[in-house]
Write a protein that binds this ligand. Structure first.
Ligand code: SF4
Length: 265
């Protein structure tokens, strides 16, 4: 268990959000300046990083989380849809964890523009929610994104199946996370429920309400505690989910919830 000395506590906040991120691939077709796994993506590109997570390993991990009745589990990467089993995994997670507790976060670059294909993809996710990661930097990466976003919104059976996530790098982007041309594609229901995060490398004192703790599971077994919204030292390796009991990682959650967040070294 990490130390909890007064000195190591950088904020006391009952507002901290905890999420569990299962990174099913460390491949990505974008390179964002704010990416919290940039180093891991680069390692993977150079052939030094972990291979994609097997479906069988994924099921073992999700079963462990389901047994503990864990909530707020998100699949991601990298870009998760570069993994051929992404939809199958999302559907399995929703089946085991419950409709409101499983989601998959994508940069939307691989989402179909054809409405029938889009409906088919959304159906294949089962009851998992699709988190559309949309922000100014992503929109600069790929000019086809507005069309893909519109197709997803038009094809979803319910807005409950979608969520918009955006990263802002300054106060202007916090007020205007995307340009008007994209903003008008997004219905008010989704905007009201948008998950807006500040650039993970921004100074925390500028954005005191953005503390999130992510317990992040990697394909090779490693587990990171990642503090989103603080700088520097935001990421700490805390064990191996194949070898260590999940309880070990959950201690980080209780610490964050009850004692404030710990500076990670
Ligand atoms: S799309 Fe996501 S995973 Fe890919 S580089 Fe950007 S932030 Fe990182």
């Amino acid at each position: 268990m990490p130390k909890t000395s007064k000195k190591s506590q950088i904020v006391r906040s009952p507002r901290v959000r905890i999420e569990f991120a299962v990174l099913i691939t460390l491949r990505c077709n974008f390179r964002c300046s704010f990416c919290i796994v940039k180093d891991l993506l680069e390692d993977t590109e150079l052939g030094r990083g972990p291979k994609d997570m097997d479906y069988s390993d994924f099921k073992v991990l999700i079963n462990k989380l389901a047994k503990r009745k864990e909530k707020n589990v998100c699949m991601g990467g990298g870009e998760p849809f570069l993994h051929s089993d992404a939809a199958l995994m999302a559907s399995y997670a929703a089946q085991k964890l419950g409709k409101t507790h499983a989601s998959i976060t994508t940069n939307m670059s691989l989402f179909p523009t054809d409405p029938d294909a889009a409906k088919k993809l959304l159906k294949s996710l089962g009851e998992a929610r699709l988190n559309m990661s949309i922000d100014r930097e992503h929109l600069r990466h790929d000019k086809s994104l507005p069309k893909r976003i519109k197709t997803a919104i038009d094809s979803a059976e319910s807005y409950d199946d979608l969520k918009v996530i955006a990263v802002a790098r300054n106060s202007y982007e916090a007020r205007h996370p995307f340009p008007k041309s994209v903003s008008r594609l997004i219905p008010m229901e989704l905007k009201q429920n948008m998950d807006l995060r500040f650039d993970y490398y921004s100074k925390m004192h500028e954005h005191p309400k953005t503390e999130d703790l992510s317990i992040t599971f990697l394909p090779n077994g490693r587990v990171f505690a990642i503090l989103i919204g603080a700088s520097p030292n935001i990421k700490a390796m805390i064990g191996d989910w194949r070898k260590d009991p999940l309880e070990k990682f959950m201690e980080w959650r209780s610490q964050a919830q009850y004692f404030g967040l710990t500076r990670f070294n």
